[in-house]
Design a protein around this ligand. Structure first.
Ligand code: ZN
Length: 259
């Protein structure tokens, strides 16, 4: 992993640019100025659970959300997942099978094939869909598998070799299973980073995600995603997480700090 291009100052400038763009073009953030009666430098903190209720207002005025035509806003894009996997230091571009509760029409992440295996908890009417996903996973040669620890445990084991990656929530970073790679995920913010194999720290994907320390934990801003635009988002249960720099790599990490 290279820290060559990370600069705290440039990272903060990108955050400020994202915030300025949000205030200028996105109704939800513009309204904050009206409510405050003055221009703000930073958005009012939005708890992640509130995002569903304001989704319609998180899209730029010039290109509003089209509920009929667009996927739900929280899916993100394949690059976010691929970069999070790479941040583990363990992903080598294997075909990826992701255990999910719903299908997703991605075909590739980077150059690798991408497949969904429906979890046992999936909301599908047709059980054959899940069985077909499991069969495709078992038929793949040296695939990678990604899912919540419980989803992975519930899946019949691959007959050959499969590289397993666990999906961890921000509130669950204190647990580490060193047998597997780990990526950090939030249902609305998407894939945020990965735990790097050698240093063991949870690295943020700083090219896409900005984090700023606050008393309630890291405040997260997605630097590239505009549909929806997410800035100053807090995740309940993360007050124990600090935004620091990895002693080995020099890039931003989230780690538990003594309270
Ligand atoms: Zn590191």
């Amino acid at each position: 992993m290279s820290a060559r291009r990370f600069s705290q100052r440039a990272w903060d400038q990108r955050f400020q640019a994202a915030v300025a763009r949000a205030f200028a073009t996105v109704p939800y953030y513009r309204e904050m100025w009206a409510e405050a009666g003055a221009p703000l430098e930073e958005p009012v903190v939005t708890p992640v659970a509130r995002l569903d209720a304001v989704l319609d207002r998180l899209y730029p005025l010039a290109r509003p959300y089209e509920r009929q035509r667009e996927e739900p806003g929280w899916t993100g894009e394949p690059g976010e997942l691929m970069e999070a996997l790479k941040l583990t230091g363990d992903y080598r571009g294997e075909p990826l099978f992701e255990v999910r509760r719903a299908l997703l029409d991605w075909e590739r992440i980077g150059r690798a094939r991408y497949h969904v295996v429906l979890g046992a908890d999936a909301e599908v009417a047709d059980p054959e869909l899940r069985a077909a996903g499991v069969r495709a996973f078992h038929a793949a040669r040296e695939p990678a598998l990604l899912g919540d620890p419980a989803q992975i445990a519930a899946l019949p084991a691959h007959p050959g070799r499969a590289r397993v990656f666990l999906r961890r929530s921000l509130t669950d970073l204190g647990t580490r299973d060193s047998r597997h790679g780990e990526v950090v995920h939030d249902p609305r913010l998407g894939y945020l980073g990965g735990r790097y194999r050698t240093c063991g720290h949870v690295h943020l994907n700083w090219r896409r995600v900005h984090a700023r320390q606050s008393p309630s934990g890291p405040l997260l801003t997605l630097l590239r995603r505009r549909r929806p635009t997410l800035a100053g988002i807090s995740v309940p249960g993360t007050a124990h997480l600090g935004v620091q720099h990895c002693p080995e790599h020099g890039t931003p990490i989230l780690r538990e700090v003594a309270s």
